[in-house]
Design a protein around this ligand. Structure first.
Ligand SMILES: [Zn+2]
Length: 239
């Protein structure tokens, strides 16, 4: 089982670990602990490196398999054996861009629900750009600037972003979480990680976020599309 270091410290860029499993077919290794985000919830997996006795192995991406995070190594490089100590380093510039983007998308969710009562149904992101889908029948072109102004106001409000890990029963008592459909989470999940933009948005979420909305910077609403009468998709970009 990999200790998921990014869950409690999204700013951790480097860490010591040891190899617990080797997967020759996928040219990947599992670690006992890792700061690599393995992808999920619309946020892409991290890349980076593992250094072993002075040799730097390129990590193309991390991926969660069961309770283990596997790190895919460049196929031109050798796979180290189980038990070997390693120093992990994530590609920080890319990850930090993803953290800012992910928090920007939650600001958008919070604003669209608060101001228009529209619920989010999905989302996806790359560094510095993302999209979210809403059940937002009243969305129209004229709202784009209004939404853009509001989300930038919330970023500038420097709201703290808090991560908590709650027992399932406790999380199920929180109305904001029920609204985002946590009841759809599989029964086997006993703890629920929540990400709260204080005073604006609260969601069950496994991703990595900045600690304060002021780190997001300026957000542009660059496009929106109708995906039917009710479903609308809003696209944002960061600087
Ligand atoms: Zn999220």
């Amino acid at each position: 089982m990999t200790d998921l270091l990014y869950q409690t410290d999204s700013y951790l860029q480097a860490f010591d670990a040891s190899i617990t499993a080797v997967d020759p077919e996928n040219h990947a290794v599992a670690l006992n602990r890792s700061a690599f985000y393995p992808g999920g919830g619309g946020q892409p997996a991290d890349s980076g490196s593992l250094t072993i006795g002075g040799m730097e192995l390129r990590v193309l991406r991390a991926k969660k398999t069961g309770a283990e995070v596997f790190h895919s190594i460049d196929r031109d490089q050798p796979l180290p054996p189980v038990g070997m100590p390693v120093q992990g380093q994530i590609d920080w510039e890319r990850r930090y861009q993803l953290m800012r983007t992910h928090t920007a998308l939650h600001i958008l969710c919070g604003v669209v629900f608060r101001d228009y009562g529209a619920l989010v149904t999905g989302g996806d992101m790359d560094p510095l750009k993302g999209r979210m889908d809403f059940e937002f029948e009243t969305m129209q072109k004229e709202l784009v600037r209004e939404i853009e102004t509001s989300i930038n106001q919330e970023a500038a409000n420097a709201r703290p972003v808090r991560v908590s890990i709650l027992p399932r029963e406790q999380a199920f008592q929180i109305p904001d979480l029920i609204r985002t459909k946590i009841n759809l989470l599989p029964e086997g999940i006993l703890e629920i990680r929540t990400v709260e933009i204080v005073g604006l948005d609260l969601q069950a979420d496994g991703g990595t976020h900045v600690a304060n909305t002021s780190e997001v910077g300026h957000i542009s609403v660059v496009d929106y599309k109708s995906k039917g009468k009710i479903n609308k998709r809003i696209y944002i970009e960061l600087e």
